[in-house]
Design a protein around this ligand. Structure first.
Ligand code: NDP
Length: 335
């Protein structure tokens, strides 16, 4: 069983007097920097000279070019997008690494798949929130905290684990709990959710949308029924709070009887789904996906744009626009 850590396992004192450079003031960077400062730690920000750097200054941080922040700091938290990280690391971070410094990642991706190879004289740690950036801040402020996957990839100082736990506590994660694992496992689980679970779930949703619209139900009604009412999101929240099986008791007896007696016929899809999911997992774990994504990056970004354009032309995109406008949800409210 992997280690699971809470507040009582971590001591912020191991980082007292250290300067922590949060590199990248975006989704994760801003929230983590604010949380670390509110935890009493000394934080500076490194960013390219753009609006994010100005925002860091408005938030009261000393904000510097990335190389300058890395030169100053004992702990460097690399919170730029994964696809630009190897270049940022080579140019602005690596030249400023010295013995006893700590390099922290919020995603194991680049280290796990060999795209960043830190020197053996620094501590390399992982503190990877299972929470989007705004949630990292909101749950810190509310006191709830958020789970993270954490790990020591390289312990040069003999202090890496204590430092890793102190960072996790500083950003508010040990309040909810941190589970220990390797960078490779963290990155693989993350990518599997994106490539194995997410698309499978999305296709189940699309099959339901198509079935109901083909049967003559209005798209607005179908989308409200399936997810737009918020009932599905609320049910997922209850799954988290009370458990997948126990939440079923919140539904009517008709619902419980119907879904349990009819559920079995969909079980025949499981072997096919598992076969596809195993393919995805193998592609991820072998490094084939990361190799594909890091080769001919400009071409891959063009392909991504093309796919996004095609996505916006799907009939589903129009159904969503109509339904969201009809129910005055989000940006469609004012149309
Ligand atoms: P963002 O996309 O929010 O970007 C972070 C920062 O990097 C921004 O300040 C951005 O500037 C800056 N940046 C963008 N391009 C460059 C570049 N070429 N050179 C230098 N800086 C650049 O990143 P995230 O916060 O989403 O991700 C940071 C890390 O956190 C990643 O490792 C990610 O995997 C991990 N993570 C993210 C989660 C999330 O929910 N987003 C969840 C858990 C982990 P600007 O704003 O000007 O573009």
């Amino acid at each position: 069983m992997s280690g699971i850590y809470h507040d009582s396992d971590a001591d912020l004192g191991v980082l007292s007097g250290c300067t922590i450079a949060v590199v990248g003031y975006g989704n994760q960077g801003r929230s983590q920097a604010l949380n670390l400062r509110d935890s009493g730690l000394r934080v500076i920000v490194g960013n390219i000279m753009d609006a994010s750097l100005e925002r860091a200054r408005e938030d009261g941080f000393e904000a510097l070019p990335i190389a300058d922040a890395c030169a100053r700091a004992a702990v460097i938290m690399l919170l730029v997008p994964d696809e630009v990280m190897p270049e940022v690391y080579e140019k602005d971070v690596a030249p400023h690494l010295q013995p006893d410094k700590v390099l922290d990642f919020a995603s194991g991706y680049n280290v796990a798949f060999g795209l960043i190879k830190p020197p053996d004289f620094v501590d390399v740690v992982l503190v990877a929130p299972r929470m989007i950036g705004p949630g990292v801040r909101d749950t810190f402020v509310s006191g709830e905290g958020f789970a993270s996957f954490v790990g020591v990839h390289q312990d040069a100082s003999g202090q890496a684990k204590a430092r890793m736990l102190a960072l996790a506590k500083g950003i508010g994660s040990t309040r909810a709990g941190c589970i220990e694992m390797s960078m490779h496992d963290e990155a693989s689980l993350d990518l599997f959710t994106e490539q194995g679970f997410g698309p499978a779930f999305g296709n189940v949703m699309m099959a339901a949308v198509d079935t109901l619209i083909e049967a003559g139900y209005p798209p607005e009604a179908v989308l409200v029924e399936l997810f737009l009412s918020g009932e599905l999101a609320y049910t997922f929240q209850k799954i988290r709070e009370v458990g997948m099986l126990a939440q079923m008791d919140f539904h009517s007896h008709t619902s419980q009887y119907g879904s349990m007696t009819r559920g079995a016929k969909f079980a025949s899809l499981i072997p096919t789904l598992k076969e596809k999911m195993k393919e995805s997992l193998e592609e991820i774990r072998s490094g084939r996906f990361s190799e594909e994504w890091s080769t001919d990056r400009a071409e891959k970004l063009k392909l991504l744009e093309k796919m996004k354009e095609l996505r916006s032309k799907l009939p589903f995109a129009e159904y969503e626009r109509r339904a969201r406008a009809a129910f005055r949800i989000g940006d469609e409210r004012d149309r």
